[in-house]
Ligand binder design. Structure first.
Ligand code: ACO
Length: 435
């Protein structure tokens, strides 16, 4: 690496066979590894770069969230996740992600008011919802319903208007819980509830989910508090697969509802947000602490594609700070709700067995955020098929924060990766009769 008179750093790459060099500028963020800007590499050398899975490639500049995977650090707009988990609320975190700063009391009140007063769904949504089979997966319904919001707000989709962009972000954060709960109620044949705007974000969601018209709902306040904490932990995680999907779709100028629907589709995969549902299924399948070692052995067997769900992370190679917080809260929440779930013991034994096993130690595989979250959701009576939907509700705050940031980025261009082509070289068409 060298540094010129203006203090700009660069790295010179040399192609000795071709006898030429290219000087690539180093981009340095506030925190994190120095990054080579390879924008001119192809033009000057004829080479592309190859990085399947983006293991070493930054796709954008972002000021929203920072992760240090080696140190187990997660910061939202600079604030450590541990401090936010202890002192903040999900809605305050959503404001922070969107606006870059913590709100003062007046700003928070205004934000809360706006979110609260955009929670209703258009009545026509009900007919749309009833078009789904009763056994449709709620993620499939959520994806379709969120994408269809564009059809309800097509007069407010001028992406050049910052106020319309902001309103779309508010609408998404406000409506996603209403729509998510409606998907659940459709699947069990309950009538859709209207949001109760005298309640806070998480209590309102629990009412939307569980209140029946025939009797009042008794809620333990611990439930809403636990949900709020889970939502804070899931709110953002920089350029993960679903957020990168939102940004890629956003780079085409597509509307924000389409972008977030694409993010929901990406989140659904078991390697990403679908893991929380998969973890609970895995723990139920293991069933008893005595069968934990068999599961660990299967996960290590290269001839078996079985993996310990909720273990491992592309970025965290130490521990996932969210998992540490969730692990502690799981015990507390279960105790306060008076729930005795034998799956907690299975989870703890599984974690213990994996953490002292060479296979997991060598590969730096630690429990991730989803390892314990399912047990808490289960204790809150959230059905397993809804776990990834819960993740989507929280992550909507992050998705819209990234979408807004991208819309304001003057350097923004359509995302268009290159490829290493491995198909047939050019050849002539053979008429069918001659094949
Ligand atoms: N169980 C067993 N082995 C594992 C696991 C696991 N959960 N995760 C990774 N490994 C092994 C791989 O087989 C590989 O071994 P090898 O080097 O001998 O080939 C090595 O660890 C590295 O794994 P990769 O798959 O290359 O790591 P990658 O960064 O691509 O994947 C991922 C990360 C997808 C999270 C992976 O660890 C996984 O599948 N975990 C289980 C699913 C999960 O919990 N997903 C949630 C992620 S967090 C989130 O999205 C909220």
């Amino acid at each position: 690496m060298s540094q010129n008179d203006n203090g700009h750093k660069s790295v010179v790459l040399t192609d000795s066979a071709a006898g030429r060099s290219v000087e690539l500028p180093v981009v340095q963020g506030t925190l994190g590894a120095p990054t080579l800007n390879i924008g001119k590499l192809y033009k000057e050398t004829g080479y592309f770069t190859f990085d399947p899975g983006f293991t070493a490639t930054a796709s954008c500049q972002s000021a929203v969230t920072y992760i240090d995977g080696d140190e187990g650090v997660l910061l939202y707009r600079g604030y450590p996740i541990e401090q936010l988990a202890k002192q903040s609320s999900f809605l305050e975190v959503a404001y922070l992600l969107l606006n870059g700063e913590l709100p003062n009391a007046k700003q928070f009140q205004a934000f809360d008011h706006e979110v609260t007063h955009h929670t209703m769904m258009h009545e026509a949504f009900k007919s749309f919802l009833h078009g789904f089979r009763h056994d449709a997966h709620p993620m499939a319904m959520l994806c379709g319903m969120i994408g269809s919001l564009a059809a309800f707000y097509h007069d407010d989709l001028d992406l050049d208007d910052p106020e319309q962009r902001r309103m779309a972000a508010i609408r998404l954060i406000a409506k996603v819980p209403t729509i998510a709960a409606a998907c659940y109620r459709h699947s069990i044949g309950w009538p859709v509830r209207y949001p109760r705007n005298n309640l806070d974000y998480c209590t309102r969601f629990l009412h939307l989910m569980f209140e029946v018209p025939s009797e009042p709902l008794e809620l333990n306040p611990v439930a809403a508090k636990a949900l709020d904490l889970l939502f804070i932990l899931h709110a953002d995680h920089e350029q993960n697969a679903s957020t990168s999907t939102v940004r890629l779709v956003g780079s085409t100028g597509a509307n924000p509802y389409a972008c977030v629907a694409a993010g929901i589709a990406a989140l659904w995969g078991p390697a990403h947000g679908g893991a929380n549902e998969a973890v609970l299924k895995m723990l139920e399948e293991i069933g008893d602490a005595s069968r934990v070692q068999t599961a660990v052995d299967r996960a290590k067997d290269k001839n078996d594609d079985y993996r310990l769900m909720g273990f491992g992370h592309r970025v965290y190679k130490n521990f996932d700070p969210r998992a540490t917080i969730i692990r502690e809260m799981t015990h507390e929440v279960l105790r306060e709700l008076g729930v005795n779930d034998p799956l907690l013991e299975v989870a703890m034994k599984l974690e213990e067995a994996a953490l002292k096993d060479d296979y997991f130690v060598e590969r730096k595989l630690y429990p991730n955020v989803d390892f314990y979250s399912g047990i808490i959701y289960k204790a809150l009576n959230i059905p397993t098929e809804m776990f990834t939907v819960m993740f989507a509700i929280a992550r909507t705050a992050g998705w819209v924060a990234h979408w807004l940031e991208q819309q304001n980025d003057p350097a923004g261009r359509i995302g268009r990766p290159r490829q290493v082509y491995t198909g047939a070289a050019s050849r002539d068409y053979v008429p069918m009769a001659k094949r």
